[in-house]
Structure formats: structure tokens, C-alpha cells
Design a binder for this molecule. Structure first.
Ligand SMILES: [Zn+2]
Length: 106
């Protein structure tokens, strides 16, 4: 099974839709993967691509552990951490991210 190749039926449209969703509000890899019926790994690629091609900044709201409140700061990955380093809980929330103008104020 070929890994890196893209199946190009309506991929442009999908990219636009993903980018639009990201510009409208926060998304997670899971929600994008589900909405577009793609793998989470592919969703991450799409998000990175959307950020690059739009010239906007990908703002990431870090994952958080609901059990102990641990926040996964300083993490650049978009997928959910597998478990919490503090309490070892496995119900860690997914990071959420959105596209914003670089110049948008603090
Ligand atoms: Zn925890």
C-alpha cells in the first residue's frame, strides 16, 4: 500500500473546506478526520498544509488532562497525547487549533 501518494478526487475542494473550517473556529484532528473521512495522520498533513498555504498562523490550544488538570504546554504536535505524565490518565483531551492572522493582537 502506497503511503505518501494523494488520491486526488476533489482534494482541492477538501483542502479549501478544511482551511475554511480552521479559519472559522477551533478544530481537532479527530473532528476533521471524521468530517472528511480521512485518517488522523492525513488530517494533520492537511492542517499543516492549510497553515502554510494560507500564510496564517496556526494557533494551538494545548491538550489537557481532565483528571488532574495537567496542561500539555509547549507541545507542537496536533494529535492527542496518549497519556498524562502526571496522573497517567488516558482520557487526555485533544489539542484544538485554528488559523489566525499573524498580525492579530494579543
Ligand atoms: Zn492527569
Amino acid at each position: 500500500m502506497a503511503g505518501g501518494e494523494e488520491a486526488e478526487s476533489g482534494a482541492g475542494t477538501r483542502r479549501q473546506q478544511i482551511r475554511q473550517l480552521l479559519e472559522e473556529g477551533f478544530q481537532t484532528l479527530e473532528s476533521l478526520a471524521r468530517a472528511f473521512q480521512i485518517r488522523v495522520k492525513d488530517a494533520e498533513e492537511e492542517v499543516r498544509h492549510a497553515a502554510r498555504s494560507s500564510g496564517k498562523k496556526l494557533r494551538i490550544e494545548p491538550a489537557e488532562c481532565p483528571s488532574c488538570g495537567f496542561v500539555f504546554r509547549g507541545r507542537d504536535r496536533l494529535g492527542a497525547p496518549s497519556r498524562c505524565p502526571r496522573c497517567r490518565g488516558e482520557e487526555v483531551s485533544e489539542p484544538r487549533f485554528t488559523l489566525r492572522h499573524e498580525s492579530a493582537g494579543s
